[in-house]
Design a protein around this ligand. Structure first.
Ligand SMILES: *Cc1c(COP(=O)(O)O)cnc(C)c1O
Length: 408
């Protein structure tokens, strides 16, 4: 008989975006003249910057010439890109990091999911809630989550993030082995400041826990006391892995490139008391299951770090953050309680009277023809909240907010 990983059977299909699409298309059929504005998308919309496109073209031409052709690359990434990452993301911020602590990949989602390969199925896992769904689902697959009962996994330690605690999760009463943190956060759009992140690093150092830190929205940080990297915190190299991505930073959601930072100082004790390096385990894992990110994509990513690449990338981020300001300001004027949107392209609003987030979805679609995402889709503590994204067109975003203001 064939054995399958039966943990997969515990996963329900992710209906959130399918349910949204169904409701929107039903509404469009019933109201063919309706001008629907979508502020629910979690994907970028602005084109790739010129220097990146030029680098792509040049790399394609190199492939067509025997003298410059590239075959298999290093599975941990080309040094031309790893060195730029070290210089731009770490050295420039006064953080010591070496190229062999950077692992280039085809995106942060792959890394966040694949990391469970080297952690095994015995860990007690903590996640902030609401949360990017991949953290939980990948742990379901590796058997760390127990059973799904009344909307929660029995073995997951949920760290509630709500308006009451200003979206800064409290330390858990049960010690987790692995802790997922995402700052700036998807879906809440809020970010942890230096004191808050230090609290978690100190906890992990004291309790021998591992922090998996998702910094996919690092480029959107505007406030000075919000760290861009967990490695800005003393001691973090001994307890944390960081995930980064060119997706939201430079529009690479379709091109695909991200990277994981696994410091050489990061070790864990095995069951028989030996010391294991996670950096070494990850090299071994990638060498076995991954043959590297495409050369042309890594050349494109390198161009993000050029002066012109940085200027254009920043201009696009400013475009989205102008939308975030429009949404925040308009919703506040309309009397909503609004969070996020300062260090991230997401606005998290409290549903009036903490009502059902799906009811609010229906209200907004029927009353304003504006589409967002019900908070409960991101976890139990997302109920009573609603997510709008700043990735849309500027004029359409203004129009959507004018409609919501009138409606309120
Ligand atoms: C979009 C996103 C990512 C990036 O994923 P890629 O695979 O690099 O496109 C990672 N984490 C979070 C929380 C995200 O929202």
């Amino acid at each position: 008989m064939v054995h399958i990983n039966e943990h997969f059977l515990k996963l329900s299909e992710n209906y959130l975006f399918a349910d949204i699409a169904k409701k929107v298309s039903e509404y469009a059929v019933a109201h063919p003249e309706a001008d629907i504005i979508r502020l629910g998308i979690g994907d970028v919309t602005r084109p790739i910057s010129k220097p990146v496109i030029q680098a792509l073209h040049a790399a394609v031409d190199e492939m067509g010439n025997a003298a410059t052709f590239q075959g298999y690359g290093p599975y941990e990434g080309y040094n031309f890109l790893r060195n730029k990452i070290v210089a731009h993301d770490f050295k420039a911020r006064g953080i010591k990091m070496e190229a062999d602590e950077i692992f280039v990949s085809d995106g942060a989602k792959s890394d966040v999911g694949n990391i469970t390969d080297i952690l095994g199925g015995q860990n007690r896992v903590a996640v902030s809630d609401p949360v990017y769904p991949a953290y939980i689902d990948t742990n379901v697959m590796s058997g760390c989550t127990g059973e799904f009962i009344d909307g929660q996994w029995s073995d997951i330690v949920y760290l509630p993030c709500t308006a009451e605690n200003k979206f800064t999760p409290a330390l858990p009463s049960i010690r987790p082995d692995v802790i997922y943190l995402c700052s700036p956060n998807n879906p809440t759009g809020t970010a942890l400041n230096k004191t808050e992140i230090k609290k978690w690093v100190d906890y992990a150092l004291t309790n021998n826990s591992l922090i998996l830190f998702d910094a996919a929205y690092e480029a959107y940080i505007h406030e000075d006391d919000v760290p861009h990297s967990i490695f800005e915190i003393e001691g973090a190299k001994r307890v944390a892995i960081e995930f980064r991505s060119f997706s939201k930073t430079a529009g690479f959601t379709g091109l695909r490139c991200g990277y994981a930072i696994i410091p050489k100082e990061l070790t864990v004790k095995t069951s028989n008391g030996q010391t294991a390096s996670l950096n070494q385990l990850w090299i071994r894992r990638q060498a076995t299951k991954f043959n590297g990110t495409a050369y042309i994509i890594q050349k494109a990513a390198e161009a993000v770090f050029s002066d012109e690449g940085q200027r254009e990338t920043q201009a696009t981020i400013n475009y989205y953050m102008e939308n975030a300001r429009t949404i925040r300001k308009g919703l506040l004027q309309a009397g909503y309680k609004v969070f996020g949107g300062v260090n991230a392209p997401y606005i998290w609003l409290e549903v009036p009277e903490k009502g059902s987030s799906w009811d609010f979805f229906d209200k907004l679609l029927n009353g304003c023809q504006v589409v967002g995402t019900p908070g409960v889709g991101f976890g139990p503590h997302g109920e009573g909240y609603f997510r709008l994204t700043a990735f849309g067109d500027q004029q359409r975003t203004i129009e959507a907010i004018e409609r919501i203001k009138k409606f309120a």
